[in-house]
Ligand binder design. Structure first.
Ligand SMILES: Nc1ncnc2c1ncn2[C@@H]1O[C@H](COP(=O)(O)OP(=O)(O)OP(=O)(O)O)[C@@H](O)[C@H]1O
Length: 202
Protein backbone atom coordinates (compact mmCIF):
# COMPACT_ATOMS: atom_id res chain seq x y z
CA UNK A 1 0.00 0.00 0.00
CA UNK A 2 1.11 3.52 -0.72
CA UNK A 3 -0.47 6.94 -0.35
CA UNK A 4 0.49 9.28 -3.21
CA UNK A 5 -0.11 13.00 -3.21
CA UNK A 6 0.55 14.77 -6.49
CA UNK A 7 0.64 18.58 -6.68
CA UNK A 8 -2.06 19.11 -4.07
CA UNK A 9 -3.49 22.56 -3.61
CA UNK A 10 -5.63 23.42 -0.61
CA UNK A 11 -7.83 26.46 -0.31
CA UNK A 12 -9.75 27.53 2.78
CA UNK A 13 -11.95 30.56 3.20
CA UNK A 14 -11.02 31.70 -0.32
CA UNK A 15 -7.28 31.73 0.42
CA UNK A 16 -4.64 29.29 -0.78
CA UNK A 17 -3.18 27.45 2.23
CA UNK A 18 -0.62 25.42 0.26
CA UNK A 19 -0.09 24.57 -3.39
CA UNK A 20 1.75 21.94 -5.45
CA UNK A 21 2.39 19.69 -2.47
CA UNK A 22 3.65 16.27 -3.53
CA UNK A 23 4.75 13.39 -1.32
CA UNK A 24 4.28 9.68 -0.87
CA UNK A 25 3.86 7.47 2.16
CA UNK A 26 4.64 3.78 1.70
CA UNK A 27 3.23 1.09 3.97
CA UNK A 28 5.09 0.86 7.26
CA UNK A 29 6.20 4.48 7.26
CA UNK A 30 5.32 7.47 9.42
CA UNK A 31 5.39 11.06 8.20
CA UNK A 32 5.71 13.91 10.64
CA UNK A 33 4.05 16.99 9.13
CA UNK A 34 5.78 20.08 10.44
CA UNK A 35 5.56 23.81 9.78
CA UNK A 36 4.71 27.11 11.43
CA UNK A 37 1.28 27.90 12.89
CA UNK A 38 -1.18 28.26 10.04
CA UNK A 39 1.06 26.46 7.52
CA UNK A 40 -1.73 24.02 6.75
CA UNK A 41 -0.78 20.89 8.71
CA UNK A 42 -4.30 20.32 10.04
CA UNK A 43 -5.74 21.26 6.66
CA UNK A 44 -3.61 18.59 4.97
CA UNK A 45 -4.80 15.88 7.36
CA UNK A 46 -8.42 16.98 6.92
CA UNK A 47 -7.98 17.00 3.15
CA UNK A 48 -6.73 13.39 3.19
CA UNK A 49 -9.60 12.45 5.51
CA UNK A 50 -12.02 13.87 2.94
CA UNK A 51 -13.18 16.70 5.22
CA UNK A 52 -11.65 19.47 3.09
CA UNK A 53 -12.01 19.62 -0.70
CA UNK A 54 -8.97 19.11 -2.94
CA UNK A 55 -8.72 22.32 -4.95
CA UNK A 56 -6.20 20.91 -7.44
CA UNK A 57 -3.93 17.91 -7.69
CA UNK A 58 -4.57 14.28 -6.96
CA UNK A 59 -4.51 11.88 -4.04
CA UNK A 60 -4.29 8.13 -4.63
CA UNK A 61 -4.16 5.18 -2.26
CA UNK A 62 -2.49 2.33 -4.13
CA UNK A 63 -3.24 -1.11 -2.76
CA UNK A 64 -6.21 0.12 -0.77
CA UNK A 65 -9.87 -0.55 -1.37
CA UNK A 66 -10.61 0.99 -4.80
CA UNK A 67 -14.33 1.07 -4.02
CA UNK A 68 -13.99 3.09 -0.80
CA UNK A 69 -13.02 6.75 -0.44
CA UNK A 70 -9.61 7.27 1.15
CA UNK A 71 -11.28 8.92 4.14
CA UNK A 72 -13.12 5.68 4.90
CA UNK A 73 -9.80 3.83 4.97
CA UNK A 74 -8.35 6.31 7.42
CA UNK A 75 -8.66 7.16 11.09
CA UNK A 76 -8.72 10.91 11.62
CA UNK A 77 -7.97 12.14 15.15
CA UNK A 78 -8.34 15.91 15.20
CA UNK A 79 -7.97 18.53 17.91
CA UNK A 80 -11.51 18.05 19.12
CA UNK A 81 -12.40 14.75 20.70
CA UNK A 82 -15.90 13.82 19.53
CA UNK A 83 -17.84 12.29 22.41
CA UNK A 84 -21.25 12.47 23.97
CA UNK A 85 -20.64 13.62 27.54
CA UNK A 86 -23.69 11.86 28.94
CA UNK A 87 -22.62 8.45 27.60
CA UNK A 88 -20.05 6.41 29.48
CA UNK A 89 -16.51 5.92 28.27
CA UNK A 90 -17.35 2.36 27.18
CA UNK A 91 -20.56 3.45 25.43
CA UNK A 92 -18.75 6.18 23.51
CA UNK A 93 -16.07 3.81 22.27
CA UNK A 94 -18.64 1.11 21.45
CA UNK A 95 -20.50 3.68 19.33
CA UNK A 96 -17.37 4.68 17.39
CA UNK A 97 -16.29 1.06 16.99
CA UNK A 98 -19.65 0.16 15.43
CA UNK A 99 -19.79 3.36 13.36
CA UNK A 100 -16.27 3.25 11.98
CA UNK A 101 -16.28 -0.51 11.58
CA UNK A 102 -19.64 -0.38 9.77
CA UNK A 103 -21.15 -2.42 12.58
CA UNK A 104 -18.94 -5.42 11.84
CA UNK A 105 -19.11 -8.14 14.51
CA UNK A 106 -16.34 -8.58 17.05
CA UNK A 107 -16.20 -5.98 19.79
CA UNK A 108 -12.61 -4.95 20.25
CA UNK A 109 -13.42 -1.82 22.24
CA UNK A 110 -12.91 -3.50 25.65
CA UNK A 111 -9.35 -4.44 24.79
CA UNK A 112 -8.74 -0.96 23.38
CA UNK A 113 -9.86 0.66 26.63
CA UNK A 114 -7.47 -1.58 28.55
CA UNK A 115 -4.57 -0.71 26.26
CA UNK A 116 -5.16 3.00 26.77
CA UNK A 117 -5.50 2.56 30.54
CA UNK A 118 -9.17 3.51 30.60
CA UNK A 119 -10.73 0.22 31.69
CA UNK A 120 -11.21 1.40 35.28
CA UNK A 121 -13.10 4.44 33.93
CA UNK A 122 -15.31 2.46 31.53
CA UNK A 123 -18.56 3.26 33.39
CA UNK A 124 -17.82 6.95 33.95
CA UNK A 125 -19.68 9.57 31.86
CA UNK A 126 -17.23 10.91 29.27
CA UNK A 127 -17.89 14.49 30.45
CA UNK A 128 -16.03 13.64 33.69
CA UNK A 129 -12.77 12.79 31.90
CA UNK A 130 -9.66 14.93 32.18
CA UNK A 131 -8.09 16.37 29.02
CA UNK A 132 -5.51 13.57 28.81
CA UNK A 133 -8.13 10.89 29.48
CA UNK A 134 -10.32 12.33 26.71
CA UNK A 135 -7.40 12.21 24.32
CA UNK A 136 -6.73 8.59 25.31
CA UNK A 137 -10.37 7.73 24.60
CA UNK A 138 -10.07 9.35 21.16
CA UNK A 139 -6.92 7.31 20.48
CA UNK A 140 -8.60 4.07 21.58
CA UNK A 141 -10.54 4.18 18.30
CA UNK A 142 -7.28 3.58 16.46
CA UNK A 143 -7.02 0.06 17.79
CA UNK A 144 -10.70 -0.78 18.23
CA UNK A 145 -11.21 -0.58 14.45
CA UNK A 146 -8.48 -1.48 11.97
CA UNK A 147 -7.88 1.12 9.26
CA UNK A 148 -4.62 1.33 7.29
CA UNK A 149 -4.12 5.12 7.32
CA UNK A 150 -3.82 7.06 10.56
CA UNK A 151 -4.13 10.86 10.40
CA UNK A 152 -3.17 12.27 13.77
CA UNK A 153 -3.33 15.96 14.62
CA UNK A 154 -1.12 16.76 17.63
CA UNK A 155 -1.73 13.25 19.02
CA UNK A 156 0.47 13.73 22.07
CA UNK A 157 -1.33 16.89 23.23
CA UNK A 158 -2.40 16.56 26.87
CA UNK A 159 -0.81 13.10 27.21
CA UNK A 160 1.47 12.38 30.16
CA UNK A 161 4.79 10.58 29.66
CA UNK A 162 3.37 7.09 30.21
CA UNK A 163 0.52 7.68 27.75
CA UNK A 164 2.93 9.09 25.17
CA UNK A 165 4.89 5.86 25.51
CA UNK A 166 1.74 3.77 24.98
CA UNK A 167 0.87 5.84 21.93
CA UNK A 168 4.38 5.34 20.55
CA UNK A 169 4.03 1.56 21.01
CA UNK A 170 0.62 1.53 19.32
CA UNK A 171 1.95 3.56 16.38
CA UNK A 172 4.99 1.27 16.04
CA UNK A 173 2.73 -1.80 15.99
CA UNK A 174 0.54 -0.19 13.33
CA UNK A 175 3.59 0.47 11.14
CA UNK A 176 4.92 -3.05 11.71
CA UNK A 177 1.54 -4.36 10.54
CA UNK A 178 1.88 -2.44 7.26
CA UNK A 179 -0.06 0.68 8.24
CA UNK A 180 0.73 4.32 7.36
CA UNK A 181 0.79 7.34 9.66
CA UNK A 182 0.71 11.07 8.98
CA UNK A 183 0.99 13.08 12.17
CA UNK A 184 1.02 16.85 12.51
CA UNK A 185 3.01 17.87 15.52
CA UNK A 186 5.24 20.60 16.88
CA UNK A 187 6.98 18.19 19.25
CA UNK A 188 8.59 14.77 19.01
CA UNK A 189 6.37 11.91 17.89
CA UNK A 190 8.22 9.17 19.75
CA UNK A 191 8.76 6.92 16.72
CA UNK A 192 11.07 7.17 13.70
CA UNK A 193 9.34 9.39 11.15
CA UNK A 194 10.21 11.17 7.91
CA UNK A 195 9.64 14.91 8.01
CA UNK A 196 7.28 16.67 5.61
CA UNK A 197 7.68 20.41 6.00
CA UNK A 198 4.93 22.59 4.57
CA UNK A 199 4.21 26.29 4.37
CA UNK A 200 7.77 27.45 3.71
CA UNK A 201 8.06 30.52 1.55
CA UNK A 202 8.96 29.82 -2.04
N1 LIG B 1 -12.58 26.52 8.42
C1 LIG B 1 -11.70 27.38 7.92
N2 LIG B 1 -12.10 28.37 7.11
C2 LIG B 1 -11.22 29.24 6.58
N3 LIG B 1 -9.91 29.21 6.82
C3 LIG B 1 -9.46 28.24 7.62
C4 LIG B 1 -10.31 27.28 8.22
N4 LIG B 1 -9.57 26.45 8.96
C5 LIG B 1 -8.30 26.87 8.84
N5 LIG B 1 -8.22 27.93 8.04
C6 LIG B 1 -7.01 28.64 7.65
O1 LIG B 1 -6.15 27.75 6.98
C7 LIG B 1 -4.79 28.03 7.32
C8 LIG B 1 -4.12 26.75 7.78
O2 LIG B 1 -4.70 26.35 9.02
P1 LIG B 1 -4.30 24.97 9.69
O3 LIG B 1 -5.17 24.80 10.90
O4 LIG B 1 -4.34 23.90 8.66
O5 LIG B 1 -2.79 25.25 10.10
P2 LIG B 1 -1.79 24.42 11.02
O6 LIG B 1 -0.50 24.32 10.26
O7 LIG B 1 -2.40 23.15 11.44
O8 LIG B 1 -1.60 25.40 12.24
P3 LIG B 1 -1.28 25.15 13.81
O9 LIG B 1 0.20 24.85 13.92
O10 LIG B 1 -1.58 26.50 14.40
O11 LIG B 1 -2.17 24.07 14.31
C9 LIG B 1 -4.81 29.14 8.36
O12 LIG B 1 -4.48 30.35 7.73
C10 LIG B 1 -6.24 29.14 8.86
O13 LIG B 1 -6.65 30.45 9.20
Amino acid sequence: MRLNADALTCQRGGRIVFRDLSFEVPAGEAIQVVGRNGAGKSSLLRLIAGLVRIEAGELRFEGGDPEAPIGEQAHYCGHQDAFKGALTVAENLAFWTAFLGSGKPGDTSGAALGRLGLDHLADLPASYLSAGQRRRLALARLISVRRPIWLLDEPTAALDQASQQVLAEIMAEHLAGGGLILAATHGPLGIPARELRIGEPG
